[in-house]
Design a protein around this ligand. Structure first.
Ligand code: NAP
Length: 330
């Protein structure tokens, strides 16, 4: 078996100055773990771009190989849970943030961080979903506990982004009427093709001083935070559900308590890292089964490691549409 492999490495070339290069690494540079996984696909998430651009809230130490998503095949195993040849998905809060992640052709991981890739998904499909699809599915499962399709419209913010586009397509599959809010109205057709019933410019949700706004949404899947999330909460019907997973617009939430105490709006946080293991398996099986999307390929742009750096710049500027799939075999 080969002892070297290709990886994207982020270096701090001078204090606060970061560059990215595809270089050769050796297996013995990888950390300890009972699984050695040959990575077939990874993906680009907003968090990966933060890590790859030196954001110390995500990654403190450089040189570093990002990539929070990993789909691959077990090459060596010291665990009785997995054997060489098993197809696995690996995810853990430290993988790709503290420890070298999926932007290398091999990762070493603890077997507790791996789940079997469902039979019904190829490794490629599993990474079109990736953390983004998982987060969308987890958000929708939370919303579904209280909101059925007959209750009214569901708003999705950051709709052309990774989590957003997955949420649009999954909600449609579950029978909801979906309103997609986007900063890229020129991409409306992409959103209609995924299943949006209506597309609105994100400016419609700009901040307002009012404590409450006219009710529009039975539920909201928010991926951006800030003023947009605040306005979405103020416009949610009584007893509606708003899920919150991201902060690309802002981490602040300028709001009063009135939507909660006068309308009983429910704000539900979504953190896929702390999702219980049993729910993780269930969510992946749902994505490979009843929720399997017909339009997965339409969401994906495939890049090699060498082409990834440009996409990292684009996602930081909010310019990526859909999911970026990273092919480590290319
Ligand atoms: N909590 C968790 O477990 C979890 C898991 C996964 C992701 N996340 C978070 O969820 C968020 C989305 O992740 P992602 O990977 O889907 O990112 P992404 O692909 O970059 O999508 C984000 C989308 O938000 C919109 N947007 C970008 N900049 C904006 C701005 N300044 N103001 C308003 N909207 C803006 C854009 O969509 P439009 O142009 O269509 O508006 C963009 O495509 C990130 O904050 C990420 O860290 C959290």
């Amino acid at each position: 078996m080969e002892q070297t492999f290709k990886a994207l490495v982020v270096n701090e070339s001078a204090p606060g100055v970061f560059d990215r290069q595809v270089t050769t690494r050796t297996l013995d540079e990888l950390p300890k773990g009972d699984l050695l996984v040959r990575v077939h696909y990874s993906s680009l998430n907003y968090k990966d771009a933060l890590s790859a651009s030196g954001n110390r809230a995500v990654t403190r130490r450089f040189p570093h190989t990002p990539g929070i998503d990993v789909a691959g095949v077990v090459e060596q195993s010291a665990s009785d849970q997995f054997k060489p040849g098993d197809r696995v998905l690996v995810n853990h809060k430290n993988l790709g943030t503290v420890l070298p992640g999926g932007y290398g052709q091999f990762v070493r991981a603890k077997s507790a961080w791996a789940v079997r890739c469902p039979e019904s998904l190829t490794l490629r499909e599993s990474m079109i979903y990736g953390v983004a699809g998982f987060t969308a599915a987890y958000s929708i499962l939370k919303l579904q506990q209280f909101i059925t399709p007959d209750k009214g419209d569901i708003l999705v913010t950051g709709a052309t982004g990774g989590v957003g586009c997955m949420a649009v397509a999954m909600l449609k599959k579950e029978g909801y009427r979906v309103v997609a809010a986007t900063g890229k109205v020129e991409e409306s057709q992409f959103l209609f093709d995924l299943g949006a019933d209506e597309v609105i410019p994100r400016d419609e949700l700009k901040g307002t001083e009012d404590a409450l706004c006219q009710c529009r949404w039975a539920g909201v899947i928010d991926t951006v935070g800030g003023d947009i999330l605040a306005t979405a909460i103020k416009s949610t019907y009584s007893n509606g559900v708003v899920t919150c997973c991201g902060n690309v617009a802002a981490p602040e939430l300028p709001l009063t308590v009135y939507p909660f105490i006068l309308r009983g709006v429910n704000l539900m946080g979504v953190d896929c890292v702390s999702c219980p293991d049993s729910a993780k398996v269930q969510i992946w099986e749902k994505m490979g089964g009843p929720w399997k999307l017909d339009n997965l390929e339409e969401m994906a742009t495939e890049v090699s490691l060498e082409e990834l750096s440009e996409k990292i710049n684009q996602i930081l500027q909010g310019r990526v549409k859909g999911r970026v799939l990273v092919n480590l075999r290319a």
